[in-house]
Design a protein around this ligand. Sequence first.
Ligand code: 5GP
Length: 207
Amino acid sequence: MGFKEKGLLVVLSGPSGVGKGTVCKALRKRGTRLNYSISATTRKPREGEIDGVHYFFKTRDQFQQMIEQDKLLEWAEYVGNCYGTPVDYVRETIESGKDVILEIEVQGALQVKQRFPEALFIFLAPPNLTELKNRIVGRGTETAELIESRMTVAKSEMELMQNYNYVVENDQVEKACDRIEAIVLAEHCRVDRLIEKYINSEGIDGK
Ligand code: 5GP
């Protein structure tokens, strides 16, 4: 049987407000060869968001059912709403040899690590926490109180970096994308992923 390389599961995570969504969107725009998992959420759609495109919008009951039926690779509650990754899409895409990227918050990333330790974990870091605060304030959608609570969360989230394989600073979106592309490319060249292709197949010792 010929060697078939599995796709990578890339987990892009990091503190809230660091720009995960923006970086993911920029990667998409570049046409980077990644497949984007669509999450389920109990959050109400924002203006312009489409069911099945940006998220699968679910009621609490529907979301609970997905958990009970083991349809989520991970899930987490974040600022009062539930978010989760449908497992089937991830499994099927990886099995077919294509890479998948998850853009998720840190609690969910830790669960992926438990269930899928061979995934590639990339921590997106803000240049510094002042910058992060400015970004959240700049969005203009949050109250002062909420901003403070998000900052407290962000500080403890930074400590979770130790669970990741790579850290990418989001100083500039395009630079962050360059780094992520480089990491994914390097990961595809790892010996432990490819050794079977060269040894024990028709390659070197094949008769
Ligand atoms: P938003 O409500 O702004 O779209 O997303 C809020 C947070 O939820 C972001 O940090 C985003 O990365 C995270 N998120 C989106 N989808 C998922 C998911 O499937 N699982 C987890 N754990 N977090 C998610």
